[in-house]
Design a protein around this ligand. Structure first.
Ligand SMILES: *Cc1c(COP(=O)(O)O)cnc(C)c1O
Length: 236
């Protein structure tokens, strides 16, 4: 795990990347939030994020959030946890009490379950609909063609607030592949807003390697792990 000074340095370099990407396409840096992704890293990563001033961190697994929040240092930490990884319906009950937002809502069944568990606890959950906008067989997310019916269903659930869309670009060293995915997601958002007369302000797209392209196509949340915290060690 890197030290805090190194993390601060990485944050400043990341802010510089975002600023350059914004100025290249005429956007304001205030339109693009950074979500530090702390998965696989020790609780220090979330502590660094909090100390630097971030309000939320992203994690992939409910179990890992539960463990971190149950730890002494995690319990003392005043930060929000957002779920950005695939969620199984049998983990929804647990997730609802732990996370401030679910970015990976990708089926009607899952949305129904989130809604019913929130109803039991008197909560409203912010969700992003995860769309497989890169048509990547290796990725979760609803197909673009299913998005209208998924949104229609989500809008009918009273304990869910749909805040926007999320996508993970296909892994490809050719960044035009990611760019196409991001453009698809933005176009889909625009057409869903028109079709359903709703606002879907959040576009969660862009990671360490492809965030410039995501900003270019309207990202409002970039989810950044490696660039801030270094390589993940999956053997842990
Ligand atoms: C791990 C992860 C990220 C962060 O990826 P980096 O390339 O390390 O920045 C972003 N989004 C999702 C959904 C992830 O699982």
């Amino acid at each position: 795990m890197i030290g805090y000074e190194q993390f601060c340095d990485n944050c400043r370099r990341l802010e510089e990347r975002v600023a350059q990407a914004c100025s290249a396409c005429g956007r304001s840096v205030s339109e693009v939030k950074i979500l530090p992704v702390t998965k696989t890293h020790p609780i220090d990563a979330a502590e660094y994020a909090h100390r630097y001033g971030f309000e939320s961190v992203g994690e992939n697994r409910v179990q890992e959030i539960a463990e971190k929040r149950a730890s002494e240092r995690g319990g003392a930490l005043n930060i929000k946890w957002e779920l950005i990884g695939h969620l199984q319906t049998n983990k929804v009950r647990r997730a609802v009490g732990l996370v401030s937002r679910i970015q990976s809502a990708d089926s009607e069944k899952l949305l129904r379950k989130i809604d019913s568990e929130c109803g039991k606890s008197g909560l409203t959950m912010g969700v992003l609909l995860q769309i497989n906008a890169g048509n990547d067989p290796a990725k979760f997310g609803a197909d673009t063609a299913e998005a209208p019916s998924l949104l229609e269903h989500a809008l009918s659930l009273k304990n869910i607030k749909v805040e926007g869309l999320m996508a993970i670009a296909p892994l490809d060293s050719d960044l035009s592949v990611a760019a196409r995915c991001f453009e698809n997601l933005r176009n889909l958002r625009d057409s869903l807003e028109a079709q359903f007369a709703v606002k879907l302000p959040e576009l969660s797209m862009g990671m360490s390697a492809d965030l410039e392209r995501a900003v270019e196509f309207g990202s409002t949340v970039i989810r950044v792990g490696t660039f801030l915290f270094g390589e993940r060690d999956y053997s842990l």
